[in-house]
Design a binder for this molecule. Structure first.
Ligand code: PLP
Length: 397
């Protein structure tokens, strides 16, 4: 993959960045399962605590395995600084708690992860932070929603499950013009396919639970950005409030990063093949995948992403009953809402991830009763296609 910054290429950074060996000369990164660290003397302890001397004190603040993960992910996103968190939601909470105060206002895409919507509309609201939700791709709506007290613009692109995009460069310019901070949740693309900081965003957020782990094992998250906001303000909240990443999880995510570029390439290839095949099927009314020429933002996807991702959604003709019959006929696809795993998954958004929305809200956001979402994994494409073929046959019975 071509890299725009100087220094080693992405694949090399993904395998090498952030590691410093101990005196044992270990080849793989070690795990440091320790809560605290010892000092050589009372004076050395005092110097650490006062900040006069850098170094480890306690694993709520720093841990060498977690630091290796942070430095590697920062290198991959092209950011100055990264802080690892206990989950993706902890990354979003820490960003808000570190950067916002009562009276501030957030403009957020209405097509973000469901729990993110709840965090903004229920919990941040309790602390006097208001949020306006806007349609993701409508740049005028973003501009109109900005108020003098707006501090943060928050989005995911592509959206899940409908794979809608927004022009990150355009929103970064808008944020800048209004002295706002643009935060992009980059879970669906990962830095292997999209680097929002290079497109002008200020903050990148991750749920490492998804493609960074890549094999559905650990829950974790991260925030990447500049040394002031991420390294001081967000880190300050994290070390005080405590949603830190465990060293074991950091180690699993480090191993995930080493194969990230390869895996994302394979997820993209498999997803494109499945999407093209679905488009040919008579029982399928519509397919949503940015890699298809029929996707209205295919050109934008090509200009801001290095691949089209692993999420494919489609509408089964006839609504909910045929969609459920299709899902129940699966033998390879797992019926679960998770994504970013080697294992392919299938969901019915209208009755699961988007089940809390009113029917009008679902219509507004395009979540129809026949919509099925796939997170295409790394099994053989032939087997995935056979599974869907069986499902479509069941759906038309
Ligand atoms: C899963 C997910 C999150 C939340 O991450 P957790 O690790 O589950 O807390 C946030 N954003 C997106 C896009 C996600 O898919």
């Amino acid at each position: 993959m071509a890299d725009t910054h100087d220094g080693p290429d992405f694949e090399t950074l993904a395998i090498r960045a952030g590691q410093s060996r101990t005196g044992e000369g270990e080849h793989a990164e070690p795990i440091f399962p320790t809560s605290s660290y010892v000092f050589e003397s009372a004076a050395a302890a005092a110097a650490r605590f006062s900040g006069d001397e850098p170094g480890n004190i306690y694993s709520r603040f720093t841990n060498p395995t977690v630091r290796t993960f942070e430095q590697r992910l920062a290198a991959l996103e092209g950011g100055e600084c990264c802080v690892a968190t206990s989950s993706g939601m902890a990354a979003i909470l820490s960003t808000c708690a570190g950067l916002l105060k009562a009276g501030d206002h957030v403009v957020c895409s209405r097509s973000v992860f469901g729990t993110t919507t709840v965090l903004f509309s229920t919990y941040l609201a309790r602390f006097g932070i208001g949020t306006t939700f806007v349609p993701l791709a409508d740049l005028d709506a973003w501009e109109q929603a900005i108020r003098p007290e707006t501090q943060l613009l928050f989005l995911e692109t592509p959206s899940n499950p409908l794979t809608e995009l927004v022009d990150i460069r355009a929103l970064a310019a808008l944020a800048k013009a209004h002295d706002g901070i643009l935060a992009v949740d980059n879970v669906l693309c990962t830095p292997a396919l999209q680097r929002p900081l290079e497109l002008g965003a200020d903050i990148v957020i991750h749920s490492a639970t998804k493609y960074i782990d890549g094999q559905g094992r650990c829950v974790g998250g991260a925030v990447v950005g500049d040394a002031e906001r991420v390294g001081k303000e967000i880190y300050g909240f994290l070390r005080t409030a405590g949603p830190t990443m465990s060293p074991f999880n950091a180690w699993v995510f480090l191993k995930g990063l080493e194969t990230l570029a390869l895996r994302m390439r394979a997820h993209c290839d498999h997803a494109l093949e499945i999407a093209r095949w679905l488009e040919q099927q008579p029982q399928v009314a519509r397919v949503f995948y940015p890699g298809l020429e029929s996707h209205p933002q295919h050109a934008l996807a090509g200009s801001q992403q290095q691949g089209y991702g692993g999420i494919v959604s489609f509408e089964v003709a006839g609504g909910k009953d045929p969609a459920w019959s299709l899902i129940d006929a699966m033998r390879v696809f797992s019926i679960t809402a998770n994504l970013g795993d080697t294992k392919s998954t299938i969901t019915h958004p209208a009755t699961t991830t988007h089940g809390r929305l009113t029917p009008e809200q679902r219509t507004d956001t395009g979540i129809s009763d026949g919509l099925v979402r796939l997170a295409v994994g790394l099994e053989s494409v032939n087997d995935l296609r056979s599974d869907l073929e069986r499902g479509l046959a069941a759906a038309s019975r």
